[in-house]
Design a protein around this ligand. Sequence first.
Ligand code: MN
Length: 500
Amino acid sequence: MKKAFENFEVWFVTGSQHLYGEEAINRVTEDAQEIADALDAVAEIPVRVVCKNAVTTADEILKVCREANNTPQCLGLICWMHTFSPAKMWIGGLTELNKPFMHLHTQSNRNLPWEDIDMDFMNLNQSAHGGREFGFLCTRLGKTRKVVAGHWQDKDVQQQIGKWSRAARGVRELESLKVARFGDNMRNVAVTEGDKVSAQAEFGFTVSGYGMGDLTNRIEQVSDSEVENLVSAYAQDYANTEEILADSERAESLRREARIEAGLQAFLDEGGYTAFTDTFEDLHGLSQLPGLAVQRLMAKGYGFGAEGDWKTAALLRTMKVMGEGITGGTSFMEDYTYDLKPDKNLVLGAHMLEVCPTIAGQQPSLHVHPLGIGGKEDPVRLIFSAPEGPALNASLIDLGHRFRLIVNEVETIVPESDLPNLPVARAVWRLQPDLKTAAESWILAGGAHHTVFSQNLNTEHLEDLTEMLGIELVVIDSETRRRSFKNELRWNETAFRKSC
Ligand code: MN
């Protein structure tokens, strides 16, 4: 994947006014530059932080907001009120602003100089009340924004800014994302369907359907040398490739899968697609269900959804972009089967084949096994287990009149057995707050069996994303109680109702 954050920036916009004289405005400008430069250098903030001139009039505010709207590399604004900035000046600009913004409620100095403080200091350092004036206006205008309070050098403040900028990048990704759908939906499955017109109107991404012949034509054009290059790459990446190549039948399967990988990637790249779906019910012209190919494409950053699941494909791609550079992976996932022993209450997550090796806790191994469904040749797949640690599952569903994102925080664990007979990659997790509450809540919320499983993003990233998108987020975490969760669903039905 290209560096997802290269060439993107957020603008640091400082509000003030002319009441305090030129000297004060100069100090405001200097302080703003110092803070913006410091934030720009923070590793957790993956985009450039660009300091704009302090804004002191309604015209200047409108101008910077319009400039942000018209600057493609600008993902959004960080607004800070160093002094009081009478907020009627902000009405014009904020009304026109069509990019995400955050209100950083901080002040230049961390400590109050108790011995030296005088009225000059008081006039300059007014964010405690200047921020409230700005906040009122944003609320009065109904503007969704993230509010982050605390000193700008605090780690948690910087991390919050980083998460917000990753979410803003996610919004940008969704605006131009293209999903290729090979074959249609798995027949009769409900949750993977949805309204693609609504999705495009809400998020911006498009979904284009292709018959399998379009894909198989491209796969047939793959040269033998491309296939051999990929097989060499497999031998570098997976220790047991030689073993498969030593068996002529399995070697042939591996080469056919390599051809699928090369053809599939070429098809996607040539069409500008960064996410795709397939379905095992429609493999016409393919020798096997793509397993290894899909796994490797996910690891390269493509989004994927099985059985025609275009919403999960788009979400996976978006979350991969948002999480770039953070330790831990992100994968297509399915809640597969349970361990309901009272002291265990675990979920074994997997799919038929398609789990992304970015969540592998060890070097994946390459295998050829029968699939049991689909009626095609034994597919090639990578097998591995996810490492222990915090993770989440996220599911984007279409409720008919609107979209909902459901997140369940989980704790990935290493199972006590090696699962020697299970020929698929997997993750095993404990649900927060417990299996009973989590599964009941997830099901009441309508969460899908397909999810995006992430060990690098956390709930706050997705909270910021859904707020920017204006869609509902429900979170199942250690605090979740069934009765209040049910009420939240009821209340949200009203809160998120759209006038048609
Ligand atoms: Mn599935």
